[in-house]
Design a protein around this ligand. Sequence first.
Ligand code: M6R
Length: 634
Amino acid sequence: MCGIAGYLGPKPADSVLIVALERLKYRGYDSAGLAVMSDGEIHLRRAAGKLKQLSDLIEAQPVDGHCGIAHTRWATHGAPTEINCHPHLASGGPYDGRIAVVHNGIIENHEQLRRELTQAGAIFRSETDTEVIPQLIAHHYRGDALAAVRAAVARLEGSFAFAVVFADHPRRIVAVRQGSPLLVGKGRAYDAGEPAAEGSTASFAKAGRTSVREMLLASDVPALLPHAHQVCFLADGQIADLTDQGLALSDFAGQPVEAEFKAIEVTAEAVSKGSFDSFMAKEIAEQPAVLARLLDSRLRGGALVEPDLGLDLASVNHVVFLAAGTSWHAALLGKRFLEQLARIHVEVDISSEYRYRNPVASGNTLVVAISQSGETADTLAGLRLARAKFIPVVGLVNTVTSTIARESNGVMPLLAGPEIGVASTKAYTAQVLALYLFALQVARAKGLLDAAAEAQAVAAARALPELAATTLASAEEPVEEAADIFAAAQATVFLGRGGEHPTALEGALKLKELAYVHAVGYPAGEFKHGPIALVTSHLPVICLCPRDALYEKMLSNLQEVRARAGRVIAVGQGGDRALRDLSDHLFPVARAGEDLLQPLLSVLPLQRYAYHVARRRNCDVDQPRNLAKSVTVE
Ligand code: M6R
């Protein structure tokens, strides 16, 4: 989704903002732009397409200034053209070209506002909903920037975050949060005349300041790096007034609010690719270390360390998982874990469905909101609906500073580190492991886990990092061979039973989103009820066949595919001769010490398969077309 950045400080704003946009582009974008204040004017640079187009434009037409706002746009209203790129300007009235806005979210009443403002003399130049914001601010502006923003916000409906600059206030950025994430970063203070790392402090010296504070604004923490050391997360209904003296925070009624800054813990290295060709490759490779980190935080010796969720887990008898996409696949496994280990009734809901039905709340229900980003709009809306019904919510999130984490009663962190590739990989396996540990915790609270069973479960979990590393290494060659052969296939089917059904869904989603191959995952027992009609000698069918209780059933499915000349890729144990003989290709996977955990290993070669097929089809694995990393609008 759209990304916002802002900078105010001694360095050249265009260079700082381009780096910030680089760090936001993982969210998904199709055009980008910035506005920099210079010589009492607002200078726009905007370009459709990749960020490189914008950098080239700035190189050809540099703009010298120390305060500006910038944006990566993921088109909703209007095609990804230069005219629809942000920033958008007020146009047609006395403040023509003198107020610029970047925005994330959707203004639901934009058509009504557009009609009113046009009648009042505003001239609209784009097809976006965003353009009503600078026009509305200009309509209310009488020299007081904050008063104009407050008056405009009172008319806006929807979910949004935006930043605005005024030509009349060359060292000021005003920003608003109402439903979409927005963060203020604090950099260091500079004495007037002190040289900044890049650029100069000349403009500040001119302004007669003795010292200036470097301030930043962004939709996400990585975009504040490396300049900011502290971050303040705006809450809904807050307005941030950034000047070179710091941040003043107020609510929509103008009442001052105390700003709380925290140290930024993410490092610049954690958000770089390192020696890998893509974030996706790096994040897949990180999985053994991610699993080990999560286990270290949750286990002491042979026993579980229980995070304090502030809940009486023993009394919970109904759990509802809320999630979207890959997180929903993890939730399907969470259901199996909780049912088998803690013997409680579990529902798994797609967030966008849950939020629009009227779910039944019983006294002992617990909602678990699963989200890598912690910002997915539908999951957040589901969480709020649950809380409005007085249902406690636990957030299973990777981004612990996210809105879902802040609004949950208790938080289970994934500790996977920043996930930048649009396709979720390391967050998925961390979610699966965290859900397994959560199920053990509930089982223990209910007296269903004796010491021997706990020690056995813990030992199986402890072995996972090494088994994941072995699997990634041993599957690589066969995965590449299969990708060479099937990269041009127009469709792929994934079959799995039990815990491998979610793996089949996840393998299919990875292939769809990364390689643009039509792919579907089925519970293998359902295959005969229709989808088997798809099988031809051109169709690769990926069969998940670990040596678990349903192994023989899977072999029958595999035979059915072979009997119809389908091309079988099996995922199973490397030493399984029978499986090797029955399949065209075998992706070897280590055997987990506990059947429930096997899907966490089976998914690894499927991630690599999607990666390799995507590369062979010349697809951008980090930023697949049309997709956004955090889906912060409906
Ligand atoms: O941040 P979340 O886990 O809430 O995101 C949910 C989905 O948008 C996400 O998993 C999506 O399906 C990924 N692109 C899958 O790789």
